[in-house]
Design a protein around this ligand. Structure first.
Ligand SMILES: Cc1ncc(COP(=O)(O)O)c(C=O)c1O
Length: 359
């Protein structure tokens, strides 16, 4: 790829692409995470420190086959979005929480932590450079994927001495997944006490694919994960946190070793409380949910995460029986989705201070 210009910001070296691909992309038909923007942020860790950060044209990377990422899975990531409001302002949603969480994941996977300014400055500079890629159709956004993986060579099962931190971005259309039918999983576990479930480690997701495929074969779209010890308590919905409404109370499991501390989850908890909704953060058993369904007090279940924001559940399967959730208007799911997206797209005041404008 030819270089048009090179300039140096206080910490980031920028190499711009000469051939933008933006006109090759159909912004009216954007599948999630398929198209990548023109540039990526890259920073290497070697000789015991994070090196000069750079922004370069989006490109392939070349690794030695003995790189530790291929063998021992030292790989972590984040998922976040940039939004454009009606006046073209660029906004991030709680980015410092992603910055903190990537370091929580890094620590657990024995990956060196990233200085805050590398994450935040990298993010802001990259998004400004590729800001024309932020889609503006209703509900669309720029999905941002920061990730770190082990690039050190050698087959010894030990932490790598070299890593690469990359931020890549993908314009994404509105996510209308529709309601999902879920299977409550009682054999496989997503995570375990003392494990890495609370980290966004690549391997956590690899381990979910097989049980999810089995659920899909049975006619469900997603798996509800239960605790690894008793399989009696509901923990997460696929790669999302879960909320269950019984009567007028919204219930979600407490975070733990096994559950990712989702930014959407904690925003929903605050917004629900702000709406006067009673929120219980406690363990919730399958028996309680089944009983509530049988007596008609189970009103809603939904997943919560950055990609879909809120993903309503239409029903669940448990021990060979299917349970349907009621259909009605004015759900907590639709109310809370509106509250959170109105803040993200700058359509309302942000009394929590969650928005960060990129200027
Ligand atoms: C396992 C898991 N739980 C929950 C979430 C939701 O987290 P967030 O709201 O920060 O996207 C995600 C997605 O990032 C996830 O991978």
């Amino acid at each position: 790829m030819t270089i048009m210009s090179i300039d140096v910001s206080p910490i980031i070296k920028i190499e711009r692409t000469q051939h933008s691909r933006i006109n090759e992309v159909d912004f009216n038909n954007l599948p999630f995470g398929q198209e990548m923007t023109d540039h990526m942020f890259v920073c290497d860790f070697k000789e015991d420190k994070w090196q000069q950060p750079q922004i370069v044209p989006y490109q392939n990377i070349s690794l030695d086959p003995s790189s530790k990422i291929f063998h021992y899975g030292q790989s972590i990531f984040e998922g976040m979005k940039a939004y454009k409001d009606d006046n073209g302002k660029i906004l991030l949603f709680r980015p410092l929480d992603n910055q903190k969480r990537i370091n929580i994941s890094a620590k657990r996977l024995a990956i060196p932590e990233l200085p805050e300014e590398y994450f935040m400055e990298g993010l802001k500079t990259l998004i400004k450079l590729d800001s024309d890629w932020i889609p503006t159709t209703e509900g669309s956004s720029l999905y941002i994927r920061p990730f770190i993986f082990a690039t050190g060579n050698g087959l010894h099962a030990s932490p790598s001495d070299e890593y690469k931190f990359i931020i890549a971005c993908s314009p994404s259309g509105a996510y209308f997944g529709g309601k999902v039918k879920v299977l409550i999983e009682q054999k496989f576990s997503r995570s375990a006490n003392g494990g890495v479930g609370y980290a966004k480690a690549g391997g956590n997701y690899a381990g979910q694919f097989y049980p999810t495929n089995l659920a899909i074969e049975k006619g469900y779209q997603q798996v509800i994960w239960t605790d690894d010890t008793t399989h009696q308590y509901i923990e997460e919905a696929g790669a999302m946190n879960i909320f269950i409404r019984i009567g007028d109370t919204l219930i979600t499991a407490p975070t733990s070793d096994r559950i990712l501390d989702g930014i959407t989850r904690k925003s929903i908890i605050e917004l629900a409380k702000d709406e006067g909704i009673k929120v219980d953060i406690r363990n919730i058993s399958i028996n309680e949910v089944v009983e509530a369904s049988e007596i008609g007090t189970l009103k809603e279940m939904f997943g919560a995460g950055t990609a879909a924001i809120i993903s309503p559940i239409s029903g669940f399967g448990f021990q060979g029986k299917d349970y349907d959730l009621p259909e009605f208007e004015n759900t907590y799911a639709s109310l809370l989705r509106k509250r959170i997206t109105d803040i993200q797209y700058n359509r309302t005041e942000d009394k929590f201070g969650w928005r960060v404008e990129i200027k």
